[in-house]
Design a protein around this ligand. Structure first.
Ligand code: KIV
Ligand code: NA
Length: 266
């Protein structure tokens, strides 16, 4: 089956909801791919895979390595890769160099970058040069130091209109989709109505054209998750139980048995 393309995803607006999850590894991509339209290799891999305190330290090398793994593990979903902090903000030229490297090394069909009005010129520069761009507005985790935390955005009138301006600016610059993160329902509704490209929400209510979650959050890999996450699995308990049984069987010498043992040559 042919992979979903940026134009095909863009055409979903107002029709079918877009199903998206993050993915960071080959095997997980294989498991998610049959059910998803979009697999995002998020820079959330900083926290989720590497145990870093934020997405700030994530490198282009990390994004390229995981992006390539996710492309290798998928065949139907569109794969988009996050541009990490410091790899695109300086200039449209810097962004193009970084994004071109991501696309060459991973085979991904799109990149995502954070920011609105300030990034519009860059979004236009990439879009005009054959790089499909997904925008990201509202709570933008790479700006955590400027925002002062990961709380929901848009509760004041000034913030509310800034988020709308940001979404409009990157849509007009050519973004084929926009992620809206951590905003109150009214903003999600207004942003979705204001732009002609699909809006994919995370912590942004049901008022969007699609939804994305961090896969480890929704699978129940973590004890604590943000309020907007629904846990569809309990993988942490499943893993802990399996490892507990393995440890007990090694200690009691119940594992391995003859079934797991190579027989000598007859
Ligand atoms: O890095 C990430 O996981 C993201 C999504 C949650 C939108 O940017
Ligand atoms: Na991200």
């Amino acid at each position: 089956m042919k992979r979903l393309t940026a134009p095909a995803l863009q055409a979903r607006k107002g029709k079918e909801p877009i199903v998206a999850l993050t993915a960071y590894t080959m095997r997980m991509a294989q498991l998610l791919d049959p059910h998803c339209d979009l697999l995002l290799v998020g820079d959330s891999l900083g926290q989720v895979i590497y145990g870093l305190p934020s997405t700030i330290p994530v490198s282009l090398d990390m994004m390229c390595a995981h992006g390539a793994a996710v492309v290798r593990g998928s065949w139907h979903a569109m794969v988009a890769v996050d541009m990490p902090f410091g790899s695109y903000e300086e200039s449209p030229e810097q962004a193009f160099r970084s994004a071109a490297r991501v696309m060459k090394e991973t085979g991904a069909a799109a990149v995502k970058l954070e920011g609105g009005v300030a990034m519009a010129e860059t979004v236009a520069f990439l879009s005009a040069r054959g790089i499909p761009v997904i925008g990201h507005v509202g709570l933008t985790p790479q700006a955590v130091n400027a925002l002062g935390g990961y709380g929901a955005r848009g509760r004041s009138n000034a913030e509310h209109s800034k988020i709308l301006d940001d979404a409009r600016a990157i849509e007009q610059a050519g973004a084929f989709s926009i992620v809206v993160e951590g905003v109150v329902e009214t903003i999600a509704r207004e942003v979705t109505a204001a732009v002609s490209c699909p809006v994919i929400g995370i912590g942004a209510s049901a008022e969007c054209d699609g939804q994305i979650l961090v896969v480890d959050d929704m699978l129940g890999m973590f004890e604590r998750v943000p309020r907007f996450v629904k846990r569809y699995g309990a993988l942490a308990q499943e893993i802990a139980g399996a490892v507990e049984t393995y440890a007990a069987e090694v200690r009691s010498r119940a594992f391995p048995t003859q079934d797991q043992t190579y027989a000598p040559k007859a």
